[in-house]
Every structure is written in structure tokens, then in C-alpha cells.
Design a protein around this ligand. Structure first.
Ligand code: SF4
Ligand code: SF4
Length: 164
């Protein structure tokens, strides 16, 4: 399977510094069991959230992802990423957004319908068919992120102008 991330201008920074990867039991057992020495692993409901200790790499990364064809849904979803996942009374509500730092976002970001279908399947597999799963794109978070980026770019331009 070809991996577009091999031409990543940040040399796959999203794999070399793991922050808050959401995975389920099956993915943990398949891909991370016995490899958690350099990770903080927190359990949130039926999900795990993984981050590397000291900004280290994902244990599945060695020059490139070693499990690319079998990677977790949250990796496959990127540059979209899951936000909060709320659960209770037989229902799960999840948000997702695209305020990520991926430099190839324009090339890699697929349609929202596809991202939503992936999250829906992942959460249904995780919580079971009996659970009602709702997935929503987080417009607010995405808008805030883009406003902050524009403000930062404007400040940079102003500073550059002042120095010139
Ligand atoms: S998803 Fe984006 S940031 Fe991550 S390796 Fe691929 S191109 Fe780089
Ligand atoms: S499993 Fe692969 S794609 Fe996902 S963070 Fe680790 S190295 Fe990157």
C-alpha cells in the first residue's frame, strides 16, 4: 500500500511525537501491547488515549510507520482527528475536526462523509451494535483554529514589516 506520508515535509512529525491517539481494545492488543514502555496510556470509557513520554515517537514508527496497512483508525483518519467522545445511557456522541498541523492537509483531507463513516464504524465496533452513535463535525473548533492561524500569520507579517 503506498503511503503518501513518506513525502511529508515534517518527516512524519505526527508519528514522531504522539499526542492523544485514540484507540480501542482491539487496536491496543494488536498494535501496542508490550510496547507501552515509552507511552502514557489513559483509559477513557472504552477508549485508550496514548501519548509518548517526552515527545518521543510512536512505538510503531521506525523511519516510517511499520504497521501502515493495519494502522489504527485514528491514524487513518488524519488529518481529521477525533475530538471529545461522550458516552452514557446507551449512547455515544463524538466530534471530529480538521484543525491539525499536517502540512499535506489539502492533499490528504478526504470528504467529511468518509471520515464520519470511519468514526461511526470504529465507535460501533468499540461500543457494540446496541449503542446509538452520533458523530458531528466540530465547526466551532475548526473555525477557532483557522482564526488563530490567520491572526498569527497577520502578527508575523506586521512584525516583519516593523523590522523592515
Ligand atoms: S499525516 Fe500529515 S503530518 Fe502526518 S506524516 Fe502524513 S503528511 Fe506528515
Ligand atoms: S501507528 Fe503508525 S501511523 Fe499511527 S502514530 Fe504510530 S507510526 Fe504513526
Amino acid at each position: 500500500m503506498s503511503n503518501p506520508c513518506l513525502k511529508c515535509p515534517t518527516e512524519q512529525s505526527c508519528c514522531r511525537e504522539l499526542h492523544g491517539l485514540k484507540i480501542n481494545d482491539a487496536e491496543y492488543t494488536r498494535l501496542f501491547a508490550g510496547k507501552s514502555e515509552h507511552l502514557t496510556v489513559s483509559r477513557k470509557g472504552k477508549l485508550y488515549e496514548l501519548s509518548s513520554i517526552g515527545n518521543g515517537p510512536c512505538p510503531n514508527w521506525d523511519q516510517q510507520c511499520q504497521v501502515y496497512g493495519n494502522r489504527p483508525m485514528d491514524c487513518d483518519l488524519y488529518p481529521y482527528t477525533m475530538g471529545n467522545v461522550f458516552e452514557g445511557d446507551g449512547e455515544v456522541y463524538a466530534t471530529y475536526h480538521s484543525r491539525t498541523e499536517c502540512p499535506l492537509t489539502a492533499e490528504l483531507l478526504g470528504p467529511r462523509e468518509k471520515a464520519e463513516a470511519m468514526i461511526l464504524k470504529f465507535l460501533t465496533d468499540t461500543y457494540g451494535e446496541h449503542c446509538k452513535v452520533t458523530v458531528r463535525y466540530d465547526e466551532g473548533a475548526a473555525r477557532l483554529y483557522h482564526l488563530a492561524r490567520r491572526a498569527a500569520a497577520k502578527a508575523k507579517r506586521l512584525l516583519a514589516g516593523e523590522k523592515a
